[in-house]
Design a protein around this ligand. Sequence first.
Ligand code: ATP
Length: 229
Amino acid sequence: MNASSPMLQIDALHVSYGQVEAVRGVSLALQPGQIVSVIGPNGAGKTTLLGAVMGLLPSQGGLRFEGEDLRTLDVESRVERGLCLVPEKRELFGELSVLDNLQLGAYAKRLKSAALKSRLDGVCDRFPRLAERRKQRADTLSGGERQMLAVGRALMSAPRLLMLDEPSLGLAPLIVVEILSIVRKLREEGVSILLVEQNARAALESSDHGYVLETGEVALSGESSALAN
Ligand code: ATP
């Protein structure tokens, strides 16, 4: 892959639920080291788009990660390549502890215990609040802590492209600021980010490039600063 080729390239992607076409010919490119946001109203197809990239939903069209065709790869292989999704509903195991939830994030990699410990230490350094609550059940965490746990669990797979589905959903404004600052810090450390948000202003302030989805199609795209205007 040469320096100018996109890390993620989506070409004319279509995703349907039965007769309903939720994503209709979406094309998107994300360069290595970028934060790209996808914004748009309820039902625009944002979650569906992420599901297709992750391999959770069947799709038609082009889907390449670092030059490799993703369409023949199952979800686990996509995780192994460095893709990871933090779903909108966080999907934590509520009855399990913070620590157990984090360890499950590394499951697909079948890590040796030393490597697992080093990843856990990394997540605990990044989220001291999770470290303090490592024995607490996930379903007793606050909304912000749950989102941190969902991001922390994703980081256990050492992703190179992290996809975040509405990380600000249901969170107080100050927590949103904190989460987005964590996202920008991850980018500085070399993780590229695909950020889906209904909170357009916050998403555009934190991203390099933005796409506006409307009823399954890209209505507008460009530099985030220009889109914000
Ligand atoms: P939101 O911001 O509300 O999460 P979104 O932009 O993420 O919206 P999607 O959840 O991708 O939008 O939904 C896109 C369209 O696909 C909507 O019309 C939705 O009703 C439809 N849809 C989503 N999931 C399913 C499903 N499992 N079965 C049928 N239709 C679905």
